[in-house]
Design a protein around this ligand. Structure first.
Ligand code: NCD
Length: 347
């Protein structure tokens, strides 16, 4: 048997990716686990044009004109829902938001029936957030269009992982570091790792791209399966911070905690809160990130969250993450609808 020939190379990306649909060979975006480096880098590169567009006064492209995108959010959200809505609208799609609080879900409709209903409306892409890990895949299996996971339980939040990677890459490139800055980058992810889908997606993306990821949490908030991921676990935040280039803080997800996971917010801050003093242990010029919403004064102090600095100094990139979120979601919506739009090479 002869091996299949390698896919042709796309000259538009200087040969960095396979051409057309081979650059991202999936119908859905359910998670970042298992995606190869070239697929992650392809999505990051695609987002760059949208960062540029979003900084113009006229922020509109009509790539998705005539397409309907449904944002089906079964769990509350401010920034992710708004970000997907703005992303779809800037690409010219008709965007409809379904809030679980006012939908038939409250009347007892099963997830599968909701999926079949959304499908019958002939959406061209469905963006789903759900409190249960795996619920988004369940819906994806029942519908005919691409599905984007906007966060499912404690499983994954792939567009957050991508937008964080984009934020990191742009920052280190701005400092004049050439090429892909992930190789050997020391990233600390600290906080409620157990309940965090953001942590999981970031771990998959950053380790795949070559970063050294340290995960720090109190023993009660460290997932048992952490040993299986390519990260170094810490319980001592000061030790984890030593020489770190990126410090990513996570929210204490009190709504997902039944019982006592942390002694008290005060004690939690004492051991795991990011203060200015603590940040001094990281590398000079370290960047601070947080996916939001923040508990100021618990996992992060306001003087760190609001730290502005020149490009080479230690600083907070929390609002930059929000900006990158819109561009990243535009890229994902564009790429996942290419097949349906008949884009050359993607049919
Ligand atoms: C996160 C989420 O909902 O997973 N927020 C977000 O999407 N920006 C993190 C969190 O809720 O703490």
């Amino acid at each position: 048997m002869t091996a299949a020939p390698p896919p042709p190379v796309d000259p538009a990306h200087a040969g960095r990716y396979p051409a057309g649909g081979h650059a991202f060979a999936h119908r859905d975006l359910l998670g970042l686990a298992g995606l190869p480096p070239h697929e992650l880098l392809f999505l990051l590169d695609e987002a760059e044009q949208w960062v540029d567009l979003n900084r113009q006064r006229h922020k509109r492209a009509d790539l998705l004109s005539g397409l309907t995108i449904i944002n089906a959010f079964f769990e509350n959200s401010t920034r992710t829902l708004l970000s997907f809505e703005i992303a779809g609208k800037r690409l010219g799609a008709d965007v409809v938001n379904m809030h679980a609080a006012t939908s038939s879900v409250k009347k007892g409709e099963t997830l599968i029936d909701t999926a079949l209903t959304l499908n019958a409306m002939r959406a061209d892409a469905i963006v789903i957030r759900h409190a249960s890990s795996g619920a988004v895949r369940l819906i994806a299996d029942k519908v005919d269009c691409p599905v984007l996971n906007a966060g499912d339980g404690q499983h994954e939040h792939p567009t957050q992982g991508l937008l964080d990677a984009l934020t990191i890459r742009r920052t280190f490139r701005e400092r004049g570091e050439r090429g892909e800055p992930f190789c050997g980058l020391k990233v600390v992810i600290c906080g409620d790792v157990l309940h965090s889908r953001v942590a999981r997606s970031n771990i998959h993306a950053l380790t795949t791209l070559g970063a050294q990821v340290r995960v720090c949490a109190p023993p009660s908030l460290m997932p048992a399966e952490i040993e299986q991921l390519k990260v170094t676990p810490y319980h001592d935040f000061d030790a984890a911070l030593a020489g770190a280039d990126v410090v990513m803080m996570l929210r204490l997800q009190l709504e997902r905690m039944q019982g006592e996971f942390v002694p008290s917010p005060r004690e939690y801050r004492h051991l795991y809160g990011l203060t200015l003093d603590r940040l001094a242990r990281a590398a000079p010029g370290a960047i601070v990130m947080h996916p939001g919403p923040m508990n100021r004064g618990i996992e992060i102090d306001s003087d760190v969250a609001d730290l502005t600095g020149d490009v080479n100094a230690a600083r907070s990139l929390i609002t930059t993450q929000v900006e990158m979120g819109v561009a990243m979601r535009m890229a994902c919506l564009d790429v996942l609808t290419r097949r349906a739009r008949g884009v050359e090479g993607w049919q």
